[in-house]
Design a binder for this molecule. Sequence first.
Ligand code: GLN
Length: 484
Amino acid sequence: MHNKTLSELAQGLREKAFSSAELTQYYLDRIQQHDGNLNSFITVTPERALAQAKAADALLAAGKGEALTGIPLAQKDIFCTDGVRTSCGSKMLDNFIAPYNATVIEKFNRAGSVMLGKTNMDEFAMGSSNETSFYGTVKNPWDLQAVPGGSSGGSAACVAARIAPASTGTDTGGSIRQPAALCGITGLKPTYGRISRYGMIAFASSLDQAGPMTRNAEDAAIMLNTMAGFDARDSTCLDKPVPDYTADLDNRLQGLKIGLPKEYFAEGLDGAMASAIDAAIKEYQKLGATIKEISLPNTHLAVPTYYVIAPAECSSNLSRMDGVRFGYRCENPVDLEDLYKRSRGEGFGEEVKRRIMVGAYALSAGYYDAYYLKAQQIRQLISDDFKKAFAEVDVIMGPTTPEPAFNFGEKGNDPVSMYLSDIYTIAVNLAGLPGMSVPAGMVNGRPAGLQIIGNYFDEARLLNVAHQYQQVTDWHQQGPEKYL
Ligand code: GLN
């Protein structure tokens, strides 16, 4: 059962091979059995899930089932869910019960899907290893010594361990693609503006984007069909029709032009990782694609640029967590200033505080021009690099990460080396482009991810390109033995 894809599950439900209530109970049992070790969920919501399953069974019985009706999913704990704790991985929001649903949650509800629970994540989505969560680290199901990636580490681990059929993540600088790569699953960060950010707790508003985390590209297409679309409540959400993302999956890749940025294969890339990516590129050549070396000359500026812009935006976004309106409040404050200081001092973790300080500094009078304004100018140069590249090629490929999953503690004490691990994913967010990671081999027993970057709103093509690869390889079907 737990190796079935979303379309296989939908078929089983339609044919009454099992009910949604049975399917939901099956996954709740698997969570119970395996998540003690993995810690991929912050909150499991069995009662709510079984009630939703019952409602879905009624819809299915009436012949009103859609692609995701009755299918259990895991939601990253960054999406507000009415009546359910929405913690964002932080002590600050440990007691926060959201009073409304994020648009993404609302769309899944309307589609009749079932929410199993809320997944673990780096605090306020800041991190690449899930080591910053207030609720403890998430373990990588392939190797419990290894990090699952971050910030959507729980969403990646639960899908890899098959304790949820699919999940959602958010990606500000790589948080869907990087954990997908490290856990051997498929992850898609759509174009900025494709999916509503309403009710998705903001980290860096000009970069954040939600997306699906699944076992294969077809499942990602099915999830995106539900998640995408205009929302008047998010002014950065684009009013652009949503195609059926499953429609182009079977297109042939004959003549597809793939660009390989030389900067993505330079120093810093693990040798075995480079070989895995080379092998994937060869598969594409066999499928009829042509390869062209390209250059994204400002790649080396992406990490420093991001680590000015993202902290600047987060220092502003997180100012609402002040111990007054909602969330954590310190004990016995002596006055207002003490209340602010101690609530924020005690409620936020170390990495979040580091970012707030960097961001407040970069935005302060006297430094704004030197840091924030400069970063915005470089951001434009990075976007222009991609624009030039897409005049010549259809998609860009490279590794998602420089190396496979690292071990706990390996980078935790060295923020800069942690930040550098985002080198291949971050520029995509700065430019607002869509990017995907698909399983493409194993390096030292841990999964390797191939990144596919597309032009604006070219998600259908990315999914097609990923799907075709998954028709001729089986990396996406492999999983950690213990959970198969
Ligand atoms: N690892 C990056 C960071 O720490 C990206 C996180 C994300 O995409 N949410 O900011």
